[in-house]
Ligand binder design. Structure first.
Ligand code: NDP
Length: 332
C-alpha cells in the first residue's frame, strides 16, 4: 500500500534527471485520497491548474473499505471506491490533470521543487501539496491478507458499525488499539484485545478506561497465529505464552478482526527536507498546512496521527490548496 519507495538520497534519480527536459507545474499534488482530491478541487477552482499523481493506491485507504457511512452528505452511505471515483470526477470537472504515477524521489532544497515520477519523468513544481497518506500496518499473515475487507479491518471507526451485537478482536497494545477496542465495545457484544506483551503500551488514562468496560477482555501475551474463515472471519487461533517457555494454542469464535498495530506515514521521500516527528508524520504549523519548507504543504494522514478520518483529511486538503494559492499570490 505504500505510495512511495523510500528515497536513497545518494542514488536519487533526481540527480540524473536534472539535465533532461522537465515539465513545469504551478501546483503539484501527490496522493489521491480525500485530502489530495479536495486540495485538487480547490486548487483547480482557484485557477492553479493542479496536476495530481495518484500514487500506488489510487483513491487511497478508503478504497480498502466497503461502506463509508460517516462522511457528511451521504445519508445512505457510499462505498469507499465509489466515493473516491466521485471525488476524482469532481476534481477533473474543474480541470485537474489526474495522472497515474508515483513520486519516486524529490529534491525540495529550492523552488521550483523537483519531483521524479516513476523514476523517469521530472516535474518541477512551484508549490507542492503532500497528500500521500499513511499506511496501516498489518501483521503479515496469509489469512489476514485473504480476509481483508471480509472481516479483517484496520479501521474501527470505518467498519465497527457492521459488528453491532457481534464478537470482535482487536490486536495491538498502543493508544490506537485501546481506542479502537473501547469504541468497538460500545457496539459489539464482546471485544477481545490481543496484546503480545504482559502490559499495554497505551497511556495510563487510556488503560484506565479499559477497566470500566465489562464486555472487553484483554488477552495479554497472546499473538495471532491464524484468522479462521473462508469468505468471512469466523474465528482466531492465538498462541499464548505460559509462565514457562511453553506455548499453547487457543481458539476464539469471532466475527471481526481489527488490526491496530500502528500506521506508517508515507513521508520517506520527503524526509531529507521536511521536518517530521519521531514516527515520520510531517509537522505542520498548527492551524495551517505549512511545513518547514516555504511553498510545501502537507495535508491528510501524512501529517495527522490523531483524527485520521476522511472528512478531516478532506478539510486539511482544502486548507492546503488555500495555503498554496495564498503563497503563490505572495510571490508576485
Ligand atoms: P504504537 O506504535 O504506539 O503501538 C503499536 C502497538 O501495536 C504496540 O502495543 C505494539 O506492541 C503492537 N504491535 C506492533 N506490531 C505488532 C505485531 N506484529 N503483533 C502484535 N502487536 C504488535 O501505535 P499506535 O497506532 O497505537 O499509536 C501511534 C501514535 O499515535 C502514538 O504516539 C500514540 O500515542 C498516538 N495516538 C494517540 C491517540 C490519542 O491521543 N487519542 C490515539 C491513537 C494514537 P509492543 O508494545 O509490544 O511493541
Amino acid at each position: 500500500m505504500d505510495f512511495f519507495k523510500p528515497l536513497n538520497v545518494e542514488s536519487s534519480s533526481v540527480q540524473k534527471e536534472l539535465t533532461g527536459e522537465s515539465e513545469k507545474i504551478e501546483c503539484l499534488i501527490l496522493g489521491s485520497g480525500p485530502a489530495g482530491y479536495t486540495a485538487a478541487i480547490y486548487a483547480a477552482r482557484a485557477g492553479l491548474k493542479p496536476v495530481i499523481y495518484q500514487g500506488l493506491e489510487p483513491g487511497g485507504q478508503l478504497t480498502t473499505t466497503t461502506e463509508v457511512e460517516n462522511f457528511p452528505g451521504y445519508p445512505h452511505g457510499i462505498t469507499g471506491p465509489e466515493m473516491m471515483e466521485q471525488l476524482k470526477e469532481q476534481a477533473e470537472r474543474f480541470g485537474t490533470d489526474v495522472r497515474w504515477g508515483m513520486a519516486t524521489s524529490t529534491d525540495l532544497s529550492q523552488r521550483p521543487f523537483k519531483v521524479v515520477i516513476d523514476e523517469e519523468k521530472l516535474v518541477e513544481a512551484e508549490t507542492l501539496i503532500i497528500a500521500t497518506g499513511a499506511t496501516a500496518k498489518y501483521l503479515g499473515i496469509e489469512s489476514e491478507q485473504r480476509l481483508k475487507g471480509a472481516g479483517v479491518s484496520a479501521c474501527a471507526t470505518c467498519d465497527g458499525f457492521f459488528y453491532r451485537g457481534k464478537v470482535v478482536a482487536v490486536v495491538g497494545g498502543g493508544d490506537t488499539a485501546v481506542e479502537e477496542a473501547t469504541y468497538l465495545a460500545g457496539l459489539a457484544s464482546k471485544v477481545y484485545l490481543i496484546v503480545r506483551k504482559p502490559f499495554l503500551r497505551a497511556s495510563k488514562a487510556m488503560q484506565e478506561r479499559l477497566t470500566r468496560i465489562p464486555n472487553l477482555e484483554v488477552l495479554y501475551e497472546h499473538t495471532t497465529k491464524e484468522i479462521l474463515g473462508e469468505s468471512n472471519v469466523t474465528g482466531i487461533v492465538l498462541t499464548k505464552k505460559g509462565g514457562t517457555a511453553e506455548e499453547t494454542e487457543v481458539t476464539y469464535d469471532i466475527d471481526g478482526f481489527f488490526v491496530a498495530i500502528g500506521h506508517s506515514p508515507n513521508s520517506e521521500i520527503f524526509k531529507p527536507w521536511v521536518t517530521t516527528d519521531d514516527n515520520g508524520y510531517i509537522i505542520t504549523t498548527p492551524g495551517t498546512t505549512k511545513t518547514n519548507v516555504a511553498g510545501l504543504f502537507a495535508c491528510g494522514d501524512v501529517q495527522d496521527h490523531v483524527y485520521r478520518q476522511a472528512i478531516t483529511a478532506a478539510g486539511t486538503g482544502c486548507m492546503a490548496a488555500l495555503d498554496a494559492e495564498r503563497f503563490l499570490k505572495e510571490q508576485i
